[in-house]
Ligand binder design. Structure first.
Ligand SMILES: [Zn+2]
Length: 137
C-alpha cells in the first residue's frame, strides 16, 4: 500500500555552471510529493498523515524563504552574509535532482514507522518539471 502527501516551500538558488538562465539568482515555489510504501497497521494506516507532516515540515522549514547555495559558490555565500539573508549551504549543485536526493536522505534518517519499506520523493521546480528518486529502507 502506498500513501502520499504534498508539501510546498519557497526557495532561492542559482546554478553557476549553467550556460542558460539558471545561472542567475532566482527562486521557485517548490513542491514535493512524499510517497511511503508499507503494509497498513491493524488500524488500516501505513502512516498517520499528521506524523508524516511532523517529519517533513521541520526539514522544509529550514529551506523556506532561504537561499540554497553550494559550498563552492563562495561569492554567493559572501553576498548572502553581507545581506544577512537566510541561506542553506550544501555540498552539491542545487539542481532539482540533488534537492530530491537531499530530501530523501533527510526523510530516510528520520524516525519512520517500522512498516515503511520504501520512500519516494518527487521535487517539482515548476508545474511541469520534476525530479524523482526512491529508496528502500
Ligand atoms: Zn531554478
Amino acid at each position: 500500500m502506498k500513501i502520499a502527501k504534498e508539501f510546498t516551500w519557497e526557495m532561492g538558488h542559482r546554478l553557476p555552471f549553467h550556460t542558460g538562465k539558471c545561472k542567475n539568482l532566482h527562486g521557485h515555489s517548490y513542491k514535493c510529493l512524499i510517497e511511503l510504501t508499507g503494509d497498513p497497521d491493524k488500524n488500516g494506516m501505513v502512516m498517520d498523515y499528521y506524523d508524516l507532516k511532523k517529519v517533513v515540515e521541520p526539514i522544509l522549514d529550514e529551506l523556506d524563504h532561504a537561499f540554497m547555495v553550494c559550498k563552492k559558490d563562495i561569492e554567493m555565500i559572501e553576498a548572502l552574509e553581507k545581506l544577512n539573508s537566510r541561506k542553506v549551504i550544501v555540498d552539491f549543485e542545487t539542481t532539482a535532482e540533488n534537492i530530491c536526493i537531499y530530501l530523501l536522505n533527510k526523510i530516510k534518517s528520520a524516525k519512520l514507522p517500522e512498516n515503511i519499506k520504501e520512500i519516494k520523493v518527487r521535487v517539482l521546480e515548476t508545474e511541469n518539471s520534476y525530479a524523482e528518486e526512491e529508496t528502500k529502507i
